[in-house]
Design a protein around this ligand. Structure first.
Ligand code: 5GP
Ligand code: MG
Ligand code: MG
Length: 179
């Protein structure tokens, strides 16, 4: 446990079990497709690292950094590419690896952007989904856990760049982030 957390939602064991199952599913669905897994930095970095170890078909990795939150806990709706992919994705089967989908604004922008680059297919894998937060209609193709409308941190997810290193995921106490 961590003093800034209200409660723990997912232990390391629970995360690894779900990620193992997802890896097996993706190995099945992407057999012979040489997919390109795109990690959305920085939140998805832990998830990406653990997931690809469980994908046992040929695949490649790339990384993108986009900003939508700044240091706040609310989505601004403004999406900016801070680091772009290294290579062209034309004709490739893409798997976007996200930490969490809340309003859906980030993902809607990203999907559109990658389809414009003439990817053959773009699917979305997210560790967490917060369906109550949605502002645009978008549904991840693969999701490990649905979470309630609370601000969660740990296992890559931050608040003002902290808590990413926690091996578990929990709800941040309100008094830590309410200004
Ligand atoms: P969206 O554009 O869907 O509102 O937000 C997506 C991004 O916002 C996520 O990739 C994540 O970086 C951040 N985000 C949304 N909800 C949470 C949350 O509960 N905790 C943390 N740490 N980040 C969140
Ligand atoms: Mg993210
Ligand atoms: Mg963040």
């Amino acid at each position: 446990m961590h003093p800034d957390l209200e409660e723990i939602l997912f232990t390391e064991e629970q995360l690894m079990k779900a990620i193992g199952e997802l890896g097996a599913q993706l190995s099945h669905d992407y057999k012979d497709k040489n997919p390109l897994f795109i990690c959305v930095l920085k939140g998805a970095v832990m998830f990406m690292a653990d997931l690809v170890k469980r994908v046992d078909v040929p695949m490649e990795m790339d990384f993108m950094a986009i900003s939508s939150y700044g240091a706040s806990s609310k989505s601004s709706g403004v999406v900016r590419i801070l680091k772009d992919l290294d290579r062209s994705v034309e004709g490739r089967d893409l798997v976007i690896v996200e930490d969490i989908v809340d309003t859906g604004l980030t993902l809607a922008y990203l999907k559109e952007n990658l389809l414009h680059r003439r990817a053959a297919s773009v699917k979305v894998v997210t560790l967490f989904d917060k369906p109550e937060g949605r502002k645009v209609e978008i549904k991840p193709d693969y999701c490990c856990f649905e979470v309630p409308n609370a601000f969660i941190v740990g296992y890559g997810l931050d608040y003002a760049e902290h808590y990413r290193n926690l091996p578990f995921v929990g709800v941040l106490k309100r008094d830590v982030y309410v200004e």
